[in-house]
Design a protein around this ligand. Structure first.
Ligand code: NAP
Length: 253
């Protein structure tokens, strides 16, 4: 039950929001962090925050839905920081619309980033975890997996990630790799700000209305999710696998 020598984590979609908070938290926990996002330049703030906190990180530009880019990104992290044995599949997009107005492109973009992206990243990273006989994968699902008006693409992807999580947990368990999903509720990020904008409600009003429905009487912050990731990737969480943890301030959305 010893900790593995390489302590490198990859967080996708880490330029901002939940991914940035998670990258910072994992760096504080002692990981060197591969900060991945679509545009390498947008990762610089996260990398600088980690470095000024005394941590180690590199910025890597990658579209997680592109197999070749994913292979190259994981190789680069392994080469520069050491074999990644922790992967947080966090990159995400929304293209909300009612079913009758949802375009093929809206569907493909969301399924491509969340589902194909998590598949490609996990497939590329697992070789380092199975070789180390230790690893942790955390997938970002959502309360929308339970169904959410205007999100047929997103809720399908987030529900699909739950099945993906359970199957990887079964396949990779014997290599010391655990795989879990976190399903956040309402978290204050650019993504939820964009939702408020789309429905034409000022964000403060939108947030207050959402918080009023949440049992702990507040909205979630990216750090709430980062703290849950921090627990799941620890050595002591090694018997928690194939689970979906709803981090939503209450039992349901
Ligand atoms: P966010 O602020 O929109 O950040 C998502 C990040 O992912 C962005 O930096 C984005 O880059 C990046 N990204 C998008 N497509 C990518 C691709 N193909 N390859 C690499 N990176 C890509 O979102 P967030 O609110 O922090 O959400 C993080 C995760 O939590 C997502 O999976 C989301 O679905 C999930 N989640 C969020 C909430 C919430 O309330 N916020 C609730 C439940 C679940 P660009 O800026 O360049 O597009």
């Amino acid at each position: 039950m010893t900790s593995p020598a390489p302590r490198t984590a990859i967080v996708t979609g880490a330029a901002r929001g939940i991914g940035a908070a998670t990258a910072l938290r994992l760096a504080r926990d002692g990981f060197a962090v591969g900060v991945l996002d679509l545009d390498e330049a947008t990762c610089k703030d996260t990398v600088s925050a980690i470095e000024s906190d005394g941590g180690r990180a590199i910025a890597v530009g990658v579209d997680v839905s592109d197999a070749q880019q994913v292979e190259a990104a994981v190789d680069r992290v392994a080469g520069e920081l050491g074999a990644p044995t922790v992967l947080v599949n966090n990159a995400g997009v929304t293209r909300d619309n009612m079913l009758f107005k949802m375009s093929d492109a809206d569907w493909d973009a969301v399924i491509g980033v969340h589902l194909k992206g998590s598949f490609l990243m996990s497939r590329a990273a697992q070789q380092h975890m199975t070789a180390a006989k230790w690893g942790r994968i955390v997938n970002l699902s959502s309360v929308s997996a339970l169904g959410n008006r205007g999100q047929a693409n997103y809720s399908t992807a987030k529900a699909g990630l739950q099945g993906f999580t359970k199957t990887l947990a079964i396949e990779l368990g014997k290599f010391g790799v655990t795989v879990n999903a976190i399903a956040p509720g309402f978290i204050v990020t650019d993504m939820t700000k964009a939702t408020a904008e789309r429905i034409g409600v000022p964000f403060e009003e939108f947030e207050q209305a959402r918080a009023a429905e949440i049992p702990v009487a507040r909205s979630g912050q990216p750090e709430d999710i980062a703290a849950t990731v921090s627990f799941l990737v620890r050595e002591e969480a090694g018997f928690v696998s194939g689970q979906v943890i709803y981090v939503a301030g209450g039992p349901k959305a």
